[in-house]
Design a protein around this ligand. Structure first.
Ligand code: NDP
Ligand SMILES: O=C1OC[C@@H](O)[C@H](O)[C@H]1O
Length: 394
């Protein structure tokens, strides 16, 4: 396992393999803050991909972004996004627009015949998500909601432990994604209801996704849900806590474990944008983990959305004599491969007609949004507004 320094060096200065004769050409909609780490750097390290164009609402912004990241084409101005979609050279569109624009621009990209790598959460409503995936299927195009954490070896290893029977029957899953006050400013897209903002949309989509992944099923019901709001942003949750009930894990080990299978798994999901400083002035570290508890032990993965930076998997088990053992595992995978690099590998495999190491289907994305909406409903805040865009589809 490489040191943190070496890992970071390889992420930001990745080895650049000899390109294939005709690499997939990516176009990016919007000069979004996330684009460099989520797409531009991983693409540099993939022989079969190149970022060929950027589109921004402002030409100067597009030019500056293109120059900074050595991107061949820069579309700017009010029609820039559509111009990029109309560019016959572009094979794949990366959509990191605000959540409320995911639906409109993904549908338009699919209509233009492009594959789409779509940022999370996939849309504002489950109905929009379903329509996008149905349309992608009809057009024979690849559409993926970018839940990059799912592709990383640390997530996969933790899921393997959950499914292995080592922890007995799983009874509880707890996930938390909470960041200190100050990271998300008042003018951030995350604080705008009209742009599909809210902490549950933004970070809760991960905590829900990993809860569903580890539970191997969709929830049965929302048990409790509550949101923190402020009068300045009445429809925005600054944090949401929800308890969900899931069916028992289908892989619950009956032979491996004599324990009775619980009738339900409970999960607690917590998200928060404004962790208050301790004693009023000591900043808190981000709290980001998932923990699965079984009848014989538990596993926790610290930093599940960013395991490439740093993570640990802690497993505690207690045997029939009451002896408790604890071990820590790490699963970094290839040096310098971020969650986004693993995701890109799978995405390109899929576009090229190969079978990726890991994938999840359209229903997974639809269900995630369905349960985000149900949790919002239970908090009283309601779903984010559906897109009013009329898309001409064939
Ligand atoms: N996978 C991951 O780890 C992460 C994913 N994300 C997701 O990526 C998306 C973008 O997040 P982030 O990069 O932080 O956001 P930014 O605010 O940095 O980028 C959003 C982009 O959307 C464009 N845009 C178009 N219309 C609007 C509008 N009305 N208001 C504001 N921006 C507009 C802007 O592009 P232009 O240049 O044209 O002005 C802007 O660059 C979100 O869906 C978020 O959930 C975010 C962070 C991490
Ligand atoms: O990974 C993430 O962490 C912080 C969030 O605000 C962001 O959108 C998310 O994707």
């Amino acid at each position: 396992m490489a040191s943190l320094f070496k890992r970071l060096y390889l992420v930001f200065y990745p080895p650049q393999p000899e390109p294939t004769s005709s690499p997939l050409k990516f176009g990016i909609l919007g000069a979004a803050a996330i684009a460099p780490i989520a797409l531009i750097l991983p693409v540099k390290n993939h022989a079969d991909a190149v970022v060929h164009a950027i589109a921004a609402r402002d030409q100067k912004r597009a030019d500056a972004f293109a120059k900074k990241h050595s991107i061949a084409k820069a579309y700017g101005g009010p029609t820039a996004y559509q111009e990029l979609l109309d560019d016959p050279e572009i094979d794949v569109v990366y959509n990191p627009l605000p959540n409320s624009l995911h639906y409109e621009w993904t549908m338009k990209a699919l209509a233009a015949g492009k594959h789409v790598l779509l940022e999370k959460p996939s849309a504002d409503t489950a109905e929009e998500t379903r329509r996008m995936f149905d349309y992608a299927e009809k057009k024979g195009l690849v559409l993926l909601e970018a839940f990059h954490y799912r592709f990383h070896p640390a997530t996969r290893r933790t899921k393997e432990i959950v499914d292995s029977g080592e922890l007995g029957a799983i009874t509880h899953i707890e996930t938390k994604m909470a960041i200190p006050r100050g990271f998300v400013k008042d003018n951030d897209i995350r604080m705008s209801y009209g742009l599909g903002g809210g902490c549950l949309m933004d970070m809760g989509c991960y905590t829900l996704s990993i809860s569903r992944y580890f539970a191997g099923a969709d929830p049965l019901r929302v048990v409790t849900a509550s949101a923190d709001t402020s009068s300045a942003f009445p429809r925005i949750d600054i944090g949401t806590t929800a308890t969900l009930a899931f069916p028992p894990l289908s892989s619950a080990p009956s032979a491996a474990s004599p324990d009775a299978t619980p009738s339900e798994i409970t999960t607690t999901m917590t998200t928060q944008y404004r962790l208050a400083p301790r004693l009023g002035f000591i900043p808190q570290f981000p709290q980001v983990y998932v923990r699965a508890v079984g009848t014989r032990g538990e596993v926790s993965l610290f930093n599940f959305p960013g395991p490439w930076l740093y993570h640990y998997i802690t497993v505690k088990t207690t045997d029939e004599n009451g002896v408790t053992k604890t071990r820590t595992e790490k699963a970094y995978g290839d040096d310098g491969w971020t969650t986004y690099r693993h995701q890109l590998e799978a995405f390109i495999d899929k576009v090229r007609g190969r079978t990726p190491d890991h994938w999840y289907d359209a229903q997974d994305s639809v269900s995630n949004l369905q349960w985000i909406e149900r949790i919002y409903e239970a908090t009283g805040l309601g779903s984010r507004p559906e897109s009013t865009a009329q898309i001409a589809t064939d």
